[in-house]
Design a binder for this molecule. Structure first.
Ligand code: ZN
Length: 278
């Protein structure tokens, strides 16, 4: 789809399943299961939603999904499917990985950063070897030394190759406009360095929410994940984002929504999806 000068492609970088309790935290199952169907193992369908944007002649990728490095055991546990979705979508768009100029992952959890690297003939390689990668310094530091609760959510092979002297990683300390029309906002909450991406063309904007807003049920401010390290901060940042998104009609792209992950939040709180998937 197009927003002014922005050419946007919403894609699915992989599909998997997550425990419903992980996704909805303190929200009782009798409420969330009306929104998302759980299977016999209490797991719900998840997508890794990604975005490819062209703006001012640059190619920007936001979110890389799980990728292809998961162990067979873990891939089975999360019922991983279509792990090559991002690269397949890029190919369909006629974009080679080395033509990507900027990569933004909202945070470094395995289901967002996995696609940053891949095994190639026994070597761990960067998926996008010429792109600038924008990451909050606080996220990087925490991912290298996570607390005991977060240890299983970070896999160092996803991101440490970025710092092998190739100068492709740019650490941010808070909000930044990293290229004209490409704004990154530090929101924290889910993880210390969680960030959202806001792409702008004049008055029009698109925000990639990361796990600040995973799926459409999370469009309710108090519905947060049990994985959030600071749930109250998530609620504050969500409320702020929704206010701006409603007032200025920002297109929102939700990190794990399986059906219609992009859309507009109407003034009355209803979700109006933009249905096209690349
Ligand atoms: Zn996630």
């Amino acid at each position: 789809m197009r927003l002014g000068d922005l050419e946007l492609y919403i894609l699915v970088a992989g599909r998997w399943k997550a425990d419903g309790g992980l996704m909805f935290g303190v929200v009782p199952k009798v409420l969330w299961e009306k929104q998302k169907l759980a299977d016999g193992n209490n797991m719900i369908d998840m997508a890794c939603v990604g975005l490819v944007a062209r703006l001012n002649g640059k190619v920007i990728v936001c979110e890389t999904g799980i990728g292809t490095k998961l162990s067979e055991k873990r891939a089975q546990q999360v019922v991983l499917r279509e792990p090559e979705g991002l690269l397949h979508s890029l190919k369909r768009l006629g974009i080679r990985p080395d033509e990507v100029d900027a990569v933004i992952t909202t945070h470094l959890h395995w289901d967002h950063a996995g696609g940053l690297t891949r095994w190639d003939k026994g070597c761990l390689e960067l998926t996008f070897p010429k792109a600038r990668h924008f990451i909050q310094r606080s996220e990087w530091d925490f991912a290298l030394r996570p607390d005991i609760r977060s240890q299983s959510a970070y896999l160092t092979e996803d991101f440490t190759p970025l710092e092998d002297g190739n100068q492709l990683v740019e650490f941010l300390d808070g909000d930044a406009e990293v290229m004209p029309g490409v704004q990154i906002r530090h929101v924290g909450g889910h993880t210390p360095g969680s960030q959202i991406l806001v792409l702008r063309s004049g008055e029009l904007a698109c925000a990639v929410t990361g796990d600040l807003v995973c799926q459409t049920p999370h469009l309710r401010v108090p519905w947060t994940m049990s994985a959030d390290l600071e749930p109250l901060r998530v609620m504050e940042e969500k409320a702020r984002l929704f206010e701006e998104a409603q007032k200025h009609r920002w297109l929102l792209v939700l990190s794990h929504e399986t059906d219609q992950p992009a859309g507009y939040l109407e003034e009355d709180g209803r979700w109006r999806p933009e249905p096209r998937l690349a």
